[in-house]
Design a protein. Structure first.
Length: 455
């Protein structure tokens, strides 16, 4: 009996000791070498957390995550993919001077993340520079992407990772390959200056066979989300070619065709803050978003933005600014009273912004000594301040070059609800709004507007 009692007691203790209490968090810590950054920002589907860096570059935090999966962390202007599972204890070491090449993980969950870091470097080395890659003939490009995917799969098979992660990553690799195929057409046309090869009809056969509205895939894979965004963007472009270039109408047609569900809610939200802008179609666009969205949080956000945008209608007083001038001192909107003011909101990292510079220069020369001032406001972050200063010099930018005091959170920028750039604004000599979303310098409609105003 005594032995039986001891056996029962021992069994109870063993059960108690081996009980696996579930956790709903992952631990993330590390050491960042390099200057100029103050935080590590972790982002995922409906998740974002900022982790401050200590003075010695170390950081540590507990991330309460709803589900395992792919996330991203941002350090300054750089970012990298990371996979978190509940119960992970991942430690990162990274050198900002090398970034991707220096990423190393240790601790629980490190094996799969070291694979992701190796995968990224293999992908970058294999693709080479963009101009050479996208200038390849279609079949050569497709073959190269296929070879890269095979090499990544071979690398994955050498890693001691769970079967679940391996299966998930195989899908991720497949979607990344398909995403590269969708990117090819527009990129090939750009890098060959419109003189490249015709794309074969079957080039996107595997992409066209893909279900673009799979909620789980959209949640799990950034590569899949990229396929959806690029495919629908290409579809919008095709529609716009047949309707006189009306992208708003093309967007609404594409949006209405997406079945209701998670993909539709997230895709609309992705574009909402660019498509909901002060224009003659604002009311119609707002109605479309509200009728097609089932996520109440998003609806509340759209309503707030809509109400803010209606206050930016023509004739209303403009939000004001008083920002650093590249030539010295500060310049305020009130300093320019008595003249029309055409404002270009831009940043050094924004390719479409840079593409408008030649047209803007031509416009400035055309309207020199007329009743209008041309003002460019940079929304570069503080760590790109020197780059802004130098680019103004290198590109010999004219007009009044200003630097917003808090990037996208600057008062003038938030006053106009600017979430995407470039953005152009026209203000009258009394400081009232003429057009809160004015035509771009490259658009013939801008000079037509100037002529109508007798500038």
């Amino acid at each position: 009996m005594k032995n039986l009692c001891l056996f029962i007691l021992s069994s109870i203790l063993l059960i108690g000791c081996s009980e696996n209490k579930s956790v709903d968090y992952a631990l993330f810590s590390g050491n960042v070498t390099g200057d100029g950054v103050k935080e590590v920002v972790v982002k995922g589907p409906h998740f974002e957390k900022s982790i401050p860096l200590n003075s010695d570059g170390t950081f540590a935090d507990t991330l309460k995550i709803d589900s395992k999966g792919y996330y991203e962390y941002y350090i300054g202007q750089e970012r990298s993919e990371i996979y978190f599972d509940k119960g992970d204890d991942i430690r990162l070491t990274i050198d900002l001077n090398e970034f991707d090449e220096s990423i190393k993980y240790s601790g629980e969950g490190s094996e799969r993340n070291n694979f992701l870091a190796e995968k990224y470097m293999l992908n970058e080395r294999s693709k080479g520079d963009e101009a050479s890659l996208f200038s390849l003939q279609p079949e050569a490009y497709k073959s190269k992407i296929g070879k890269i995917n095979d090499d990544i799969l071979a690398l994955l098979n050498t890693k001691k990772v769970s079967p679940d992660f391996k299966a998930l990553e195989k899908e991720n690799i497949r979607f990344s390959g398909l995403s590269s195929l969708v990117e090819y057409g527009p990129a090939h046309n750009y890098f060959t200056k419109g003189e490249g090869a015709a794309i074969p009809e079957n080039f996107l056969a595997d992409v066209n066979a893909l279900d673009l509205y799979n909620d789980d895939n959209y949640r799990n894979f950034s590569s899949y989300r990229n396929i959806v965004a690029l495919s629908l963007s290409n579809k919008m472009g095709e529609i716009a070619e047949t309707n006189g270039g009306n992208y708003n109408a093309a967007f609404m047609q594409v949006a209405n065709d997406i079945p209701k569900g998670y993909v539709k809610d997230e895709y609309l939200n992705l574009l909402a803050f660019a498509m909901l802008s002060p224009s003659s179609e604002l009311d119609e666009m707002y109605k479309m978003f509200m009728e097609n969205t089932s996520n109440q949080t998003y609806k509340d956000e759209y309503k707030t933005k809509y109400e803010k945008l209606t206050a930016l209608s023509s004739g209303r007083p403009s939000p004001t600014f008083d920002y650093e001038n590249h030539k010295g001192g500060k310049t305020a909107l009130t300093d320019l009273k008595g003249k029309y003011v055409y404002i270009d909101v831009w940043a050094t990292w924004c390719a479409p912004c840079i593409a408008e510079i030649p047209s803007l220069k031509k416009l400035e020369a055309q309207y020199h000594n007329k009743n209008i001032e041309f003002v460019s406001i940079s929304v570069d972050r503080k760590n790109a301040y020197d780059k802004w200063k130098q680019m103004v010099i290198d590109k010999d930018l004219g007009g009044i070059q200003l630097y917003a005091d808090n990037a996208f959170q600057s008062e003038f920028i938030t006053g106009y609800s600017i979430d995407a750039i470039p953005r152009f604004i026209l203000i009258d000599p009394e400081g009232k709004i003429v057009n809160a979303d004015a035509p771009r310098p490259s658009s013939p409609s801008l000079t037509t507007l100037f002529d109508e105003l007798k500038i």
